[in-house]
Design a protein around this ligand. Structure first.
Ligand SMILES: Cc1cc2nc3c(=O)[nH]c(=O)nc-3n(C[C@H](O)[C@H](O)[C@H](O)COP(=O)(O)OP(=O)(O)OC[C@H]3O[C@@H](n4cnc5c(N)ncnc54)[C@H](O)[C@@H]3O)c2cc1C
Length: 289
C-alpha cells in the first residue's frame, strides 16, 4: 500500500527541528533511517500529518569516544556500529550485535537512536542501552534533558519521548578496562527479529566477577537488565554451576510474551540457554576457568 499523504519538512538544524515539533509535534513523526517508520506509513498504522526528516541536520552522525562514555549521535547508522574500530569492549560488542540487526541495506540506513525511539521489544540495541543504563538525550521546546534507559522504555513501542522532542544522541557508559563481551540470539531466519537475545559484559579480577551487566531482548514488552542474575555472579568465581544458576535466574526475571510461534515457556528456555552461552564465552575470553 502507498503511504497516506503527509506534509514534509527537512530542517537544517536541531533548533529548526525543535521549532517545527514545538508547533506540530503531536501530528508529526520524526524520520531518521525510515526503516520502521516507512513500513508503518505503508501499512497506514501511522498517519502523521507531517514528517520531519532530520537526515540533513549536520553533526548528528558521529560516534565520539570520550573518557567514561561513548556518545552516539542521532543519525549514527547500524552499519557504523558494525564497523566500529575504537579499542574498547563496547566496540567489540557493537561488532558482535550489529550483524543481527536486520539485513545490510537496512543497517545502512537505520539508526541506533531510531531503534531506541522505536522501542521494539526485540531490539538488540535497546537491550544494550538498558544493560548499560544509557542516557537518551532529548532537545525540545523546554530545553535539553537526558532520560536514563531505565525510565525511557514505558512499554512496547512506547517511550518517555514527548511528541515535541527530538532524540539528539545517546550516551553509553564505557565498560571498565579489561571487560569482555558476548552476545547470542535465537531467531527464525537470518535477518528476522530475535525470538530472544542476550548480551553479557563481564570483568573478572583475581578469578572473581568484579563487574557484570546482562541485557535481554524480547524477554518482556521492554528490554531488560537481569539485575538478580548479575547479583548472583558478583564477587563469585564464574564457574559452570553458578553460570547455569545465573542463566536460570535471568530467565526467571523475564516476562516473555506468549505467541503461537514462540510460547512464553519456550522463549524463557531460550533466554536461559543464551545467557548461559554468553556467560561461558565471556568467561572463556576473560581467561578464567
Ligand atoms: C525487515 C526488517 C528487519 C528488521 N530487523 C531488526 C532487528 O532484527 N533488530 C532491530 O533492532 N531492528 C530491526 N529492524 C528495524 C530497524 O533496525 C530500524 O532501523 C530501527 O528500528 C529504527 O531506526 P530508524 O532510524 O530506521 O528509525 P525510523 O524508521 O526513521 O523511525 C522509527 C520511529 O522512531 C522515531 N524516531 C526516530 N529517530 C528519532 C529521533 N531522533 N527523535 C525522535 N524520534 C525518532 C520515528 O518518529 C519513528 O516513530 C528491522 C527492520 C526491517 C524493515
Amino acid at each position: 500500500m502507498k503511504p497516506p499523504q503527509f506534509d514534509y519538512v527537512a530542517p537544517a538544524s536541531v533548533p529548526e527541528a525543535v521549532a517545527v515539533l514545538a508547533e506540530r509535534g503531536p501530528e508529526s513523526r520524526v524520520l531518521a533511517g525510515g526503516q520502521s517508520l516507512l513500513i508503518e506509513l505503508r501499512y497506514r498504522t501511522e498517519r502523521p500529518a507531517l514528517v520531519v526528516d532530520v537526515n540533513r541536520i549536520p553533526g548528528l552522525s558521529d560516534i565520539a569516544v570520550e573518557d567514561g562514555s561513548v556518545h552516539i549521535g542521532a543519525l549514527v547508522r547500524h552499519a557504523q556500529l558494525e564497523h566500529a574500530r575504537f579499542g574498547d569492549p563496547l566496540a567489540e560488542l557493537f561488532r558482535q550485535v550489529a550483524p543481527y540487526v536486520a539485513h545490510p541495506p537496512i543497517r545502512a540506513r537505520g539508526t541506533f537512536a531510531g531503534s531506541l525511539a522505536w522501542a521494539h521489544p526485540a531490539s538488540e540495541w535497546c537491550a544494550l542501552a538498558m544493560a548499560l543504563d544509557a542516557g537518551i538525550e532529548l532537545d525540545g521546546p523546554s530545553g535539553r534533558r537526558t532520560v536514563p534507559a531505565g525510565s525511557w522504555f514505558r512499554g512496547a513501542f512506547t517511550t518517555a519521548c514527548l511528541p515535541e522532542e527530538l532524540v539528539t544522541g545517546v550516551r553509553l557508559p564505557r565498560p571498565p578496562a579489561g571487560a569482555v563481551v558476548a552476545f547470542a540470539e535465537h531467531r527464525r531466519t537470518h535477518g528476522s527479529f530475535a525470538l530472544a537475545a542476550a548480551l553479557v559484559m563481564l570483568r573478572v579480577s583475581e578469578g572473581r566477577v568484579a563487574w557484570i551487566r546482562i541485557g535481554l531482548a524480547n524477554a518482556a514488552d521492554i528490554p531488560l537488565r537481569a539485575v538478580e542474575a548479575e547479583h548472583l555472579m558478583m564477587g563469585e568465581r564464574p564457574e559452570p554451576d553458578l553460570r547455569a544458576q545465573a542463566a536460570a535466574r535471568a530467565a526467571a526475571e523475564a516476562d516473555p510474551a506468549d505467541e503461537p510461534h514462540a510460547p512464553a515457556a519456550y522463549r524463557r528456555h531460550a533466554l536461559a540457554t543464551l545467557v548461559r552461552r554468553c556467560l561461558a564465552r565471556a568467561v572463556e575470553n576473560a581467561g578464567t576457568p
